[in-house]
Structures are given as structure tokens and as C-alpha cells.
Design a protein around this ligand. Structure first.
Ligand code: ADP
Ligand code: MG
Length: 402
């Protein structure tokens, strides 16, 4: 291909997308079909602030991933703010996903930054001092602050529920400002981790998000794709297939939207003019791989170390490994990496977590007079595991051995 042709090709806009950002995760659409009940539930709680009825109740929202919790919280809070403006009322809001900020300190620091515009050093201050600072920021005006804490199970599993408890109590010490919390989790068992006092104050109101079915997903996808793709690019049948796949994945709208975006990219790369069922099916493979990778990247360190140990076993051809043996490998991994290993009991807990995430399968087997033992097996390819784990800098060295 001559240089001119290359430039021509690069310059000619043969993108299949009209507006690709519509298919990214943080895009907030104009409306949320099939979530009318949930929108009105959250809106009617928060509307107390518009009616001058005082602090709106805290709200706890839960449901599986991709059921629209995050987008809905942001959507309703934005609407509340703009409605408030027309009434001459000011609200502020902060949104924070604790998956990426799992310590009390980092949560507080980000809240100070988002609400007060002041930067807090990454470490160094006592947590109490940052809490006081946040309190002052909130108290600097006579207005409501809505704090959306997304994926709060990460914070609680990592740092306990003290901070949540403090935040639910902060209104008792505030003089002018008020706080309403919107807590969100994908983890349906999350309540078990919480102190009863936290449950009752965080869950003054709660909203459950049920999975979407294939028809609802079809509707959501069709509306999104109209603005995302140029006309006649995406075949209706392709949307059907994407909805059906995502419906099987517990009605996950995120998965459905990912499928469309990735299918569009594949079609572009292959210089096609349409996105069909074929591209959706190819996208499915790619998206699944990314999901596994993201899951591994998000794991706590000890679970990553365990996965590495399982990977080392898989590499030697003996995929199924007894916990006793696994423990030895895991401990040598820890030694090399300079981390303290956890107890056998904790290893069993971690294995159960990994099993729930679908990364590992394990069965208790009887070995005759040697008794019973748990046998575990890595469910994803060691290669993919390494790819994911390599993103953790200090584990690079070890991953190279796999
Ligand atoms: P969750 O927080 O429950 O995991 P999200 O709110 O992130 O799910 O939603 C996943 C994706 O699906 C986002 O891109 C979101 O915009 C989209 N989405 C979810 N529900 C709807 C809906 N009812 N209408 C339009 N898009 C939706
Ligand atoms: Mg979410």
C-alpha cells in the first residue's frame, strides 16, 4: 500500500460509530428505560430536600452488576441538582467508587477533594484530622450534601464499617450542613458484613435492582445504539443476539453494551460496513476475556498470590491440587515476594471467594485412610492470570516464571 493510500485511509472517516462515547461505562443516558420504579423511588426520597422537609433518608441500593444502580444514582442526583437550581436551592454531591479507594483515609481524602476542592496529601495525616476536615467542608454551608458511595462492599471488606458508621452519624454533629448517603453494592450478601446499627441507618430506605430480561436489554440496547452507531450499521438481529447473551449473564446491561462497542470495533477493523451477529459473537469472546482479567486485577493481594500458586501447579501439568500442597507453593510464593502468608483457615476462605468469582473450582474429596481434603483447580488459563497479575508491579518478577 502506497503512502498516499495509507493517509487516505486514515483520513477518510469510515467509522461505523456516530458517537462512540455513548457506549462507554460512565456515559449517563437521557433516560433509563425499565427503571421507572427505581428512579421514582430514589427521586421521591431525595425530593424531601426540595420540599424543605429536611434531610432526605439515607438510601441503600443493591442488585447484581449491570442492573443500572450506578447510572441511576448519578442520573437522579444530577436531576435533583438541576431541579434545585431552578428553585434557588443548592445541593452538592460527591460520587465515589470504593473499589478503587478501599481505605478510610482515601475515601475521606477523595470526599474532601470532591466537595471542598482542596487536595489532601496521599498519606500522612491522621484519619481523624481528615474526617474533621470533611465535616468542616460540609458544615461550611447550609445545604444538603448527597454522598454516593458506590461498591461499598469493597471498603467494608477491606477496612471494616467504622467509617460508614461515622458517616451515618455525622448529622448529629453537623451544625448547618446535612448529609444524605446513597450506598450501593453489587454484593447481595453484603449485609452480613455490616454492624446492625449501620444497616439500620444506611438502609433507612432500600431499593432492590432486579436483573433485566432479554426484551428489556433489547430495548435499552436499541435506544443506545441509535445514538452510538451510524444509521443502518447495526443489524437488529445483532442487537437481539447481544441481548440474549447478556440476559443469560444475569441480565447485565454493562455486558450488553460492551458487546455492542467491541463488535463495532471488530467490524471496523475488518473493514465491514455492518455489525452483524458474527461480530457480536466474536466480541463475546473478547469481552469475556476482559471480564476475567478485570476480576483478577481487582483481587486482594493474598488472592492474587494464591492464584499464582495455582498457576504454578497448573503449569506442571497437575491442575488439581490439594490444599496442603497448595499451601506450600503459596508460602514459597509469599517468601519470594516478601509477603507474610496467611493461615490455612484463611486460605480456605480465600479459595471460597475465588470459587464464587468463578476463577477456581474446588471439591472436597476423600483419600481413603488419608482422610478428606479439598482439591482446587484454576479455571482460567495461567497465561491470562499472568497477564492480569503483571499489572501489579511487584508481582511481575514472579509472574515471569509461569
Ligand atoms: P451497576 O452499577 O448496577 O453495575 P450500571 O449502572 O453501571 O450498573 O449500568 C451498566 C451499564 O448499563 C451502564 O453503561 C449503564 O449506562 C447501562 N444501563 C443500565 N441500565 C440502563 C437503562 N435502564 N437504560 C439505559 N442504560 C442502562
Ligand atoms: Mg455500579
Amino acid at each position: 500500500m502506497g503512502v498516499d493510500r495509507i493517509f487516505d485511509n486514515l483520513l477518510s472517516n469510515n467509522s461505523l460509530f456516530k458517537d462512540k462515547k455513548v457506549l462507554t461505562h460512565d456515559y449517563v443516558p437521557e433516560n433509563l428505560p425499565h427503571r421507572e420504579r427505581e428512579v421514582s423511588e430514589l427521586a421521591s426520597v431525595l425530593a424531601a430536600a426540595l420540599r424543605g422537609e429536611g434531610r432526605p433518608s439515607n438510601v441503600f441500593m443493591y442488585g447484581k452488576s449491570g442492573t443500572g444502580k450506578t447510572v441511576l444514582a448519578r442520573f437522579v442526583v444530577e436531576k435533583l441538582k438541576s431541579k434545585g437550581e431552578t428553585l434557588g436551592l443548592t445541593f452538592s454531591s460527591a460520587y465515589l467508587n470504593t473499589r478503587y479507594r478501599k481505605t478510610n483515609y482515601r475515601v475521606l481524602a477523595s470526599l474532601c477533594e470532591e466537595l471542598g476542592g482542596t487536595s489532601v496529601p496521599a498519606t500522612g495525616l491522621p484519619t481523624d484530622v481528615v474526617f474533621d476536615r470533611l465535616q468542616k467542608i460540609i458544615d461550611s454551608g447550609e445545604h444538603l450534601v448527597v454522598i454516593i458511595l458506590d461498591e461499598i462492599d469493597w471498603l467494608v471488606k477491606h477496612s471494616g464499617d467504622d467509617l460508614l458508621y461515622q458517616l451515618t452519624r455525622v448529622n448529629n454533629i453537623l451544625e448547618k450542613g446535612e448529609v444524605s448517603l446513597v450506598g450501593i453494592t453489587n454484593d447481595l450478601k453484603f449485609r452480613e458484613y455490616l454492624d446492625r446499627r449501620v444497616i439500620s441507618s444506611l438502609g433507612e430506605e432500600s431499593i432492590v435492582f432486579n436483573p433485566y430480561d432479554a426484551e428489556e436489554l433489547f430495548d435499552i440496547l436499541r435506544k443506545r445504539s441509535k445514538i452510538a452507531f451510524k444509521s443502518n450499521v447495526l443489524k437488529e438481529n445483532a442487537i437481539k443476539v447481544a441481548s440474549a447473551i447478556a440476559a443469560r449473564e444475569h441480565g447485565d446491561a454493562r455486558r450488553a453494551i460492551d458487546l455492542l462497542r467491541v463488535a463495532g470495533e471488530i467490524a471496523e477493523r475488518e473493514k465491514r460496513e455492518r455489525v452483524t451477529k458474527e461480530e457480536i459473537l466474536k466480541a463475546r469472546e473478547k469481552v469475556e476475556k476482559n471480564v476475567v482479567k478485570d476480576t483478577i486485577i481487582g483481587l486482594p493481594l493474598q488472592e492474587k498470590l494464591l492464584l499464582l500458586a495455582l498457576g504454578l501447579h497448573a503449569k506442571t501439568g497437575r491442575k488439581k491440587v490439594k490444599t496442603g500442597e497448595l499451601k506450600e507453593t503459596y508460602e514459597s510464593v509469599c517468601r519470594e515476594m516478601g509477603h507474610n502468608p496467611v493461615s490455612l483457615r484463611r486460605i480456605n476462605d480465600l479459595l471460597s471467594d475465588l470459587e464464587m468469582l468463578g476463577l477456581v473450582t474446588s471439591n472436597v474429596k476423600s483419600f481413603g485412610r488419608y482422610g478428606r481434603s479439598r482439591v482446587s483447580e484454576l479455571e482460567v488459563s495461567p497465561g491470562l492470570t499472568v497477564e492480569a497479575i503483571q499489572s501489579e508491579k511487584n508481582l511481575e518478577f514472579l509472574a515471569e516464571q509461569l
